[in-house]
Design a protein. Structure first.
Lengths: 597, 597
């Protein structure tokens, strides 16, 4: 593949270019922004998608089409980046796209090899392709290596910076995280835009794969706005869309004019595109008087507000509505990209399975979702009635398979070992694991994926059975605290959903022994969720949590439950991530340890 | 806590110090090297261990005691490092140890705060404590962020380097990875020892937590030797010992004289200590004529040798003997640090469960290991006989629990759904999951940890049942290919073990349908393991593997199996890591992807 590194313009050529650039912004330049849903490693499909958008951009008379970070291979490719074969396929994809840029130029994302023998082999790069050539390759500087991100595992950070010339413009082209240090981000010592601004760019373009959480769209706008105000340049910002295993990318690509005003915002949670004439974005430079834009939406719940109002924040309508969208996309993409259409799940008559079922029906169509009701000798009659009413309302098929027979046979098989020891947690777990076995058997027989129905409060405290109710290929609610599951149920019903009132109102129970209630084993959910949120999302220690006004004994008890159950969560399926700190790849704790237990 | 950053010596003071240093090496300085087995997060126990070693060092007249990387909190602490409370406890531990250094000095490992507002909050540091004071804090420069390592997730790399003065010596003190770039490691652009050597040190000290794999002790000696020869200085190298969840640290701390000769080597796979008089290590400088040391042991199998001899390499006695030791330590520490004494496992009469059982009995004592034989209607009679013979030989308790009753009850419960569909994989999996349920029930009832018996070839190809034979708290053999499991069985028997010959000789079978053999579903194991090793450890692509002389159809079939089963491995328990690339935390692939499938 032919390509040339862009180097800083020097001497008289540079001066000439800058003169051209000084007036370039007033000339029309049409840029097509494209946020697409890529499939990791599916080069054929991703390239076809990009070429289709290029055709569309060309038809619409675009000068340039801008895609998102690592678009050719999908983000995050994770350890596939360690395979030379995978990198060669990325290069072949770039090459194929390059051949289609004779008219409209393209900025795409792909790994680039590091020609220097020192440092890691690859850069995470933005490629400017035009006239059938690679015109520039810009390397990412700030490599997120926290939460779900592992970029320093694969990439060398950029160590030189150059503005990219295009049609008389001088583009400060950056990749995702590169605009997230405005001099006050303690993770980094470098601010890439500070390096670029010295070369007098007239436009910022950033290609991102910035994942959703229920605060992140707001953070993102604030960061883009602050860059615009700091550097006095308009910004075109593209963001990936689509769910990749557990990480949901929400799109919402942005166009800001040079006065810091949001001019255009692409759709959230779906593919979208837009054409922008860059010459319209220089209102400040053209002397138009504009109002100073408002920072952040004042109506939004505040993450770090009064700690005693944390439940109010977690269950706020704005957050829950976004979570609803994210979970639908998460389910749809998991199935679609795994090549499955149909889901199965255990429907207990409780709130978690009800909400999971309602979401699955909305995402996949009720005809593709099979609910299995598996009453045990300890199930109350209303459990089956409520679960039946739910499926009738949703219109999805359901089966009733009592587990008494397998349960008796298991106890019989165990009787030489158990003797006359009293009923306990082992017998409770046997029931839960019979259900897991039945669900997996039906899934294996007919080609369903089992949806898991656990919530974050249960997962945090270990209130679940490995290989039983913790079984499944995808966890829908695993990043929602129990209080948020209730709020989501109400939100769904307000939007025309049909979760029976009895399911919303009865006391939560696992129904694995007579008259069992969650409250026998756990603190009340608002108190529990508050402590969990401080510990998991807030990374607060015991004394800090107590200082917010929580009973010390409760804090100690809850933190011990969380830390003692790392081994269970380690074997759990992917959790659709909606918060800033979900269980799974973004939270990595030792299993064998003794801290706060 | 009071401490002072060591800064480079300047001007006449520096010159004077260097004069002192020039002769210091000939004066006796006694250094106590200590490799201990820490428990992550267990500050009380770790501090007590360190203080006990300090007392011993003092009694023996040591000037300095050297411990290992992140000794106060245990390595790797992973995301506990994000908790301010955890860091405060590290600081309290350093403080407590500091107060015990009035006579003998100590070099310990602990996180250090970054006083600069720029960059991440923490450094991974070596602390020199003496006379009740913090004399120096040296920050780690090269932060391993590959395989099982995530250090850049937590730490800022050092950006200044200073030799540490101690008793007239000038110590080039480094942390683990810092000596692994000799100018030819493509992961890094900096060589910390090159920065330090300009300050004329006379001794190198490196504190490490360098994990075991069956090549790594050899690599480690080679790296230490090359540093010694490059810089012409002796090196004291301490390495952690003990297993941390899945990562085994094998100790083997090293002392090299300035001629590059290995003078002392501490024990492998157990705690050990040694006293070294540094003045004896300057043989080259003192003009003694010494023989040039030999690089690498020529008798060792070579990792990157002839690809057609890969099985010979994988099953070589040298490797298998080390793996045996590592697995015993891995089992012992998992149980000991989790606070358990007793193991349970399913004993099928096959090779994998036989080897797992033999290892568990050796690690925990046969009286603490319970084998459960769970014949199904498809089990051959010899399976039970062989498993009984094995347990009789080992002397561990066992139960026989036929699964026919629960299996019939499960099929009965499923019959309204399954109708008269023919027997298939779903029914096979039902049997496997009944076994998982029985084992977990007994484990829950009596307080056992379930040991998993899967091998790496099965895990790679997905030839196992989630929640069935893939259940368990710890995988003993999950990083051994099937051919290696056979080699280990033979090694155990040569060492006096009693794995029945019939188990070693019969054809492998899951026995989940009549006359089933592994070879019905999988290629022969030597061919399979060769392709797997090229792909998993070697990160070779399909065309590269074919180029080594393997059939293209076989390669495609095997790689597809590996990539299609990421979702299963994602829910698997920790695997004791013995190779350079084990399944689990060190291998991170997307679950939802389409590459080579």
């Amino acid at each position: 593949m032919h390509w040339a590194m862009v180097s800083g313009c020097k001497g008289s050529l540079a001066a000439r270019m800058r003169d051209v650039a000084r007036n370039a912004e007033f000339r029309p330049m049409k840029v097509f922004l494209s946020q697409q849903n890529y499939h990791v490693g599916n080069f054929e499909a991703n390239t076809a998608r990009i070429l289709e958008a290029l055709r569309q951009a060309e038809e619409m008379g675009a000068d340039l089409a801008v895609f998102t970070e690592l678009s050719v291979c999908g983000y995050p490719p994770r350890d596939f980046l360690e395979f030379g074969d995978f990198i060669r396929r990325c290069e072949e994809a770039v090459d194929e796209i390059r051949r289609h840029t004779s008219k409209v130029a393209a900025i795409i994302g792909a790994p680039a090899r590091n020609p220097d023998p020192l440092g890691k082999d690859l850069f995470n790069a933005a490629w400017l392709l035009h006239e059938g050539e690679v015109k520039a390759v810009v390397h990412k500087t700030l490599l997120p290596t926290y939460d779900v991100f592992d970029e320093y595992r694969y990439f060398e950070p950029a160590f030189s910076w150059s503005v990219v010339p295009f049609k008389g413009h001088r583009i400060a082209l950056t990749v995702c995280e590169d605009i997230w240090n405005l001099g006050d981000n303690p993770l980094y010592r470098i601010c890439p835009m500070d390096r670029l601004i010295a070369q007098e760019p007239d436009l910022m373009v950033n290609i991102s794969a910035s994942p959703f959480d229920y605060d992140h769209d707001d953070d993102r706008k604030e960061v883009v706005r602050r860059n615009v105000l700091k550097y006095g340049l308009p910004m075109l910002y593209t963001n990936a869309v689509g769910s990749q295993t557990e990480i949901v990318f929400d799109g919402g690509s942005l166009v800001y004019d040079d006065a810091g005003r949001l001019v255009h915002e692409l759709a959230y949670f779906r593919e979208d595109s837009a054409m922008v004439d860059v010459s319209t974005l220089f209102v400040r430079k053209q002397g138009t008087v504009v109002e100073e834009p408002q920072p952040r939406d004042p109506a939004r719940p505040v993450r770090n507000g009064d700690p005693s109002r944390i439940i109010e924040y977690l269950t706020g309508e704005h957050n829950i509505a976004q979570i609803h969208e994210a979970l639908l996309l998460g389910i749809r993409d998991y199935f679609g990209k795994m090549g499955f259409r149909r889901a199965i799940l255990g429907s207990s008559g409780g709130i978690d399975s009800a909400v999971t079922l309602a979401l699955a029906c909305e995402a996949l169509g009720p005809e593709h979702v099979r609910a299995v009701l598996m009453p045990s000798p300890f199930s109350s009659s209303h459990s089956v009635d409520d679960a039946v009413a739910l499926s009738r309302g949703l219109g999805n098929p359901y089966d009733i398979i009592p587990i008494e027979g397998p349960y008796e046979a298991m106890l019989q098989a165990l009787s030489p070992v158990f003797g006359d020891m009293p009923f306990g947690i082992a017998e409770e777990n046997v029931q839960s694991r019979i259900r897991g076995n039945l669900l997996m058997a039906i899934a294996n027989k007919f080609g369903y994926i089992l949806l898991n129905t656990s919530n974050k409060s249960e997962l945090a405290t270990g209130y679940g059975t490995l290989y039983g109710d913790m079984a499944g290929g995808l966890s829908v609610l695993g990043d929602l605290y129990k209080t948020q599951v209730y709020a989501l149920a109400q939100h769904i019903n307000r939007g025309g959903g049909c979760i029976p009132r009895n399911i919303l109102e009865k006391a939560p129970s696992a129904e694995l022994r007579p008259n069992q209630k969650d409250s026998d084993s756990l603190p009340d959910y608002p108190s529990l969720d508050r402590v969990l949120h401080h510990y998991i999302e807030g990374r607060m220690g015991p004394s800090e949590i107590v200082a917010t006004g929580v009973d010390a004994g409760l804090v100690e008890r809850v933190l011990r439950m969380v830390n003692a159950n790392e081994y269970k969560r380690n074997q759990f399926c992917p959790v659709i991530r909606v918060s800033g700190k979900a269980f799974g790849v973004g939270r990595r704790l030792p299993i064998v340890a003794r801290y706060l237990v």
